[in-house]
Design a protein around this ligand. Structure first.
Ligand code: PLP
Length: 451
């Protein structure tokens, strides 16, 4: 089945070079397991779980069946002043998977909405406790929290920010980035395989000694970080970093938000990054894998402490008073939640998180043995079922080398992801050793070709 004639005049593609896309389009028309079929009838191996989403592989029958059944039972129901059975069940399953007292799920539809929701909860929570002056947010350089104004403001990827200047949140600061292999004592951080990088300096001293005193800790609402910096190119936090961040936040009454849109639901071989690093945040943002990518769903898991504070603040309000003026028309959509329930059951039945951990070790070894020493490769980082090969930038053309390699891999039938100067690989958890070998061979050949 090959489709050739597309009218490409009308879709404006997201985060894509539109002008060149139409000259060499990449259009999928079907998918099953680890592979896509393209419009011109080729098979392409999905080396990135379709943007970190399709953890269980494509076309999973139990998920498809659950969606079809839900459509015939309850297609949609208003989310305000009412709810649906699937949303409660999905929230219970998600809360049960989350660590500590992360127990209250606010649903939305995407990672961007989860970011903005969590920032709004932070402001509302502090105000509910009589600390409305806490309105400073702290993100991190090269962090990615989606494209809403809140998430973009706390995010730290320059190209996503530079056009929007004054439209961003006014009181935001950023932590230093977590990777610096040019530092003379950190050269060994360039190549990391399944271990936590150790720093000789305390990377969070600047938070305590500069950022917090500058704003005064009593004004800071929340710190938001990704446990592992995903969109920037899979950069790992230094050993002990997240624990120390938790301690600093606790000391000053600051909320800690983990954006686990990428690290959530098994990518590190366990439920969440919070479990992997043994640190429980006050809010945990999720999206992507929760429905295996088939229907948009995201959310913020909040501690009971946050929820209770918001409810208690309204103890004297009339019964009909809404406690938190926030939500989306499609929050807890029954079909999305039915997909989530089926996805989470499938993860458990097939023991897919453990498999992600196991295959992650295969991927880490394969990337290091297959790509280290190739022309222009200046680093390789692997943890969980994800890895990045970092390349020296082409002088005067930032990102071009990785883009050219990505295109080359696509033409060879393997989908990888260019992220700045990195080639990122994060396949579905059902990946086999032979798929990993193929991905790494194709990436290595493309790197040689573009030397
Ligand atoms: C950590 C993180 N947060 C938020 C987002 C934004 O998610 P969405 O594209 O669903 O809005 C992403 C997307 O890649 C992400 O990686």
């Amino acid at each position: 089945m090959a489709y050739q004639n597309f009218n490409m005049d009308h879709q404006w593609l997201p985060f894509t070079p539109n002008r060149s896309f139409i000259k060499d389009p990449r259009i999928f028309v079907a998918a099953d397991g680890m592979h896509f079929t393209t419009h011109d009838g080729r098979q392409v191996l999905d080396g990135i779980s379709s943007l970190w989403c399709v953890a269980a592989g494509h076309n999973q029958r139990p998920i498809n069946e659950a969606i079809k059944k839900q459509l015939d039972t309850l297609d949609y129901a208003t989310a305000f002043q009412a709810s649906n059975d699937q949303a409660f069940k999905a929230a219970e399953m998600i809360a049960n998977m989350a660590p500590g007292d992360l127990n209250k799920v606010l649903f939305c539809n995407s990672g961007s909405e989860a970011a903005d929701t969590s920032l709004k909860v932070a402001l509302a929570y502090h105000r509910a406790r009589g600390e409305g002056h806490r309105n400073v947010f702290i993100g991190r350089e090269r962090g990615y929290h989606g494209v809403g104004f809140g998430g973009m403001s706390v995010g730290g990827i320059p190209s996503n920010r530079k056009v929007y200047g004054a439209a961003m949140l006014p009181r935001v600061d950023h932590l230093r980035f977590i990777h610096d292999p040019l530092h003379p004592e950190h050269t060994h951080h360039a190549y990391i395989n399944g271990v936590q990088p150790e720093w000789t300096e305390d990377l969070l001293l600047e938070l305590e000694n500069r950022i917090l005193p500058l704003h005064d800790p009593s004004n800071v609402a929340a710190v938001i970080v990704e446990p592992v910096a995903g969109s920037a190119g899979w950069y790992l936090p230094p050993k002990g970093y997240l624990k120390r961040l938790r301690e600093i936040c606790d000391k000053h009454g600051i909320l800690l938000i983990f954006d686990e849109v990428i690290t959530g639901f098994g990518r590190l071989g366990v439920n969440f990054g919070a479990d992997y690093y043994g640190v429980v945040p006050d809010m945990l943002n999720f999206a992507k894998c929760v429905t295996n990518g088939v229907i948009p769903l995201g959310g913020v898991i909040c501690t009971v402490r946050i929820y209770d504070a918001m409810m208690q603040a309204h103890a004297g309000s009339p019964e009909h008073a809404v406690e938190f003026f926030h939500g989306y028309t499609y929050s807890g959509h029954p079909v999305a939640c039915a997909a989530a329930i089926a996805t989470l059951e499938l993860f458990k039945q097939e023991n897919l998180f453990a498999r992600a951990g196991e295959m992650g070790r295969v991927l880490g070894d394969a990337l290091h043995s297959g790509c280290k020493g190739l022309p222009n490769v200046i680093g390789i980082r692997a943890l969980g079922l994800a890895g990045a090969v970092e390349l020296a930038p082409l002088p005067g053309a930032p990102g071009k080398r990785a883009y050219d390699i990505f295109m080359d891999c696509f033409h060879q039938g393997v989908l990888v992801r260019p992220a700045a100067e990195n080639i990122v690989v994060c396949p579905p958890y059902i990946v086999e050793k032979a798929h990993i070998e193929r991905i790494v061979n194709v990436v290595a050949d493309a790197i040689r070709k573009h030397a």
